[in-house]
Design a protein around this ligand. Structure first.
Ligand code: ATP
Ligand code: MG
Length: 565
């Protein structure tokens, strides 16, 4: 990723281990500025900052069944007691609230922290984009009822939207899957970038946007093809188990094949069918089945069910499994399926004649050209990097952890919770990922390591020296975060470095200093302006406030749009 290269080259971060990084002074300055903006916005919405422990006793995660998760970094103390590095703090914060908050009078409550998290990510990536240690702002709200939770969520929506805007990040808010934990609304803040890991579906007509895990597909009338029915044939497909193997062996397009995926949903065995070139969407399958959990069936189950080795399952003559198909399958004719016989497939299978399907549902991962669930027009695809996630949890944690308060009707009720996570250290990468050029990073003034860099070209030249030092001091006095580059380096090196680290305003004390002039320019518009030294500070202040007002205008705008309906 471009941001990773630039952050390393400019000395903002340094790798210590897989997914573990130092934040070096310039990078740490950016991080602190991001944090400051986030704190201001959280506080403005009634958040109260606290700091929970980074080391969490196992019992807390055990209470909610999360102790077993693969992402946990686990450790033991000298007495053999279990702990983990906190990976998110719902349990810890719920424990605080269940002990200290008794009455509805103490609500609403919004507690947040900015803290280092540990997650044993299977695939750390892009430097600080996906670290195994990273800094997150995590906020948790506690309310009496759903209306209040909706209000708390809207406030966090504003705080997050404004924070990203003030950090110069354009974000797209997309609907997200609330996953196995349930919950209600869930939205993610995405920075659109080709290098992003998330696939987002966006409707150009009505503005619907959702990540691919969540995106529903609108229903369009089923158009059966006009093909003639061919007769069902059992064909040998020795060793061909995967879609690629089968299609290349039979010389058929994956679109003419139906994949049969065998799952276990509790005690029930389920055969889920999707077209060969599609991906199954497990959250959708769970919803269609009305279950909270599914897992891919193991080889034993599959062999018992089909009487064949893994890789040859199909719906023809399949007994003992609940068959459910993606809606698209209904229109298919003369397709290929596994024959429930090792090394064999059927070709020219047809619904109604060779197999029955009684359940259809939206089961596949949406892709480009699928119907928008809101307006039925074609969906487009973008790639995104998730920088924030806001989530109405409801009573999942409070019920599970017995966190209750006394309401004004005298009844005990579980708190209704929301949780809100912002990828603070990921933002350090997301910002230059979408804002750089061939010379280096381009930081928005609000989070740049320095707002202004004063470049002294020749430190042996008295006029240049005194001009640079004078401006440096004047700017400091005016409250500007300014860097003086008075290194004994060639001008070319200094210019290159200034562009690489990407501070938005550059002031150059060079040859013209003898005539009482310096050059002022911005990182993006390279044309220099010659300015009298006497006027240079005010020129810089003017430029700087112009840059800030662009960001604050954006913040004012984004906080009012894109809310959940
Ligand atoms: P992802 O899908 O990217 O793994 P997540 O759903 O696990 O994210 P949350 O648990 O909701 O993320 O965390 C809140 C925010 O923290 C995310 O929106 C993201 O910006 C950031 N984040 C999550 N995992 C990492 C990581 N390994 N490194 C850096 N930032 C992360
Ligand atoms: Mg994750």
């Amino acid at each position: 990723m471009i941001s990773h290269k630039l952050l390393l080259r400019a000395g903002f971060i340094r790798r210590v281990g897989a997914g573990i990084y130092d934040y070096l002074p310039l990078g740490y300055k950016v991080l602190k500025k991001i944090e400051k903006i986030a704190r201001e916005e959280m506080d403005a919405q009634g958040g109260q900052e606290l700091l929970m422990p980074a080391i969490v006793p196992a019992e807390l995660y055990q209470e909610t069944g999360r102790w077993g998760l693969d992402v946990l970094f686990r450790l033991k103390d000298r007495n053999d007691r279990d702990y983990s590095i906190g990976f998110t703090h719902e349990e810890v914060v719920t424990d605080i609230v269940r002990r200290d908050v008794r009455s509805y009078r103490e609500l609403p409550l919004n507690l947040y922290q900015i803290q280092t998290k540990g997650r044993d990510e299977p695939r750390p990536r892009g430097g600080v984009v996906r670290g195994r240690e990273f800094i997150m702002l995590d906020s948790y709200t506690f309310d009496r009822n759903w209306e209040d939770l909706d209000r708390a969520y809207d406030k966090m929506y504003v705080a997050f939207s404004r924070t990203f805007a003030r950090c110069g990040l354009d974000t797209l808010v997309v609907e997200a899957d609330s996953g196995a934990i349930g919950g209600k609304d869930s939205q993610e803040y995405m920075v659109i970038a080709d290098s992003g890991e998330d696939m987002i579906l966006v409707c150009g007509s009505c503005g619907y946007a959702a990540n691919s895990e969540k995106c529903e597909i609108g229903e369009r009338p089923i158009k059966k093809s006009e093909e003639e029915l061919q007769s069902l044939e059992l064909v040998d497909t020795p060793g061909a188990r995967t879609i690629e193997q089968v299609t290349s062996f039979l010389k058929k397009s994956p679109k003419k094949l139906v994949k049969t995926l065998i799952y276990k949903a509790g005690d029930e065995v389920v055969a889920a069918l999707v077209r060969g070139d599609r991906e199954i969407n497990e959250p959708k399958l769970m919803r269609a089945l009305g279950v909270k959990n599914i897992e891919m069936a193991d080889a034993d189950t599959i062999e018992k069910l089909t009487g064949a080795e893994v890789g040859f399952a199909g719906p023809v003559g399949l007994n003992g499994a609940r068959i459910i198909a993606d809606r698209e399958v209904e229109a298919m004719m003369n397709f290929v399926v596994g024959a429930n016989k090792t090394d064999a497939h059927y070709i020219n299978a047809n619904i109604g004649r060779d197999l029955e399907i009684s359940e259809y549902a939206d089961l596949r991962v949406a892709s480009k050209g699928d119907a928008c669930p809101k307006c039925n027009r074609d969906l487009g695809v973008e790639r995104g990097m998730e920088v924030g996630h806001i989530f109405k949890l409801g009573d999942i944690y409070s019920e599970g952890m017995d966190a209750k308060f006394l309401d004004d009707d005298g009844r005990e009720k579980p708190f209704l919770m929301g949780c809100y996570g912002m990828g603070v250290s990921r933002m350090l990468a997301a910002i230059p990922e979408v804002n750089s050029d061939k010379d280096g990073m381009i930081w928005p003034v609000s989070v740049a390591p320095f707002e202004v860099v004063v470049i002294l070209l020749n430190s042996d030249d008295d006029a240049q020296c005194s001009a640079a030092i004078r401006l440096y001091e004047e700017l400091q006095q005016a409250g500007v975060d300014v860097l003086l580059d008075e290194r004994d380096e060639r001008p070319g090196v200094k210019f290159k470095d200034a562009d690489l680290i990407g501070c938005p305003i550059q002031v150059v004390a060079g040859r013209l200093a003898g005539e009482g002039k310096v050059e002022v320019r911005t990182r993006t518009e390279k044309d220099k302006q010659e300015v009298d030294i006497d006027n240079a500070t005010s020129r810089v202040l003017e430029l700087r406030s112009g840059l800030y007002s662009i960001l604050s205008d954006r913040a004012a705008m984004v906080s009012s749009i894109g809310k959940v309906d």
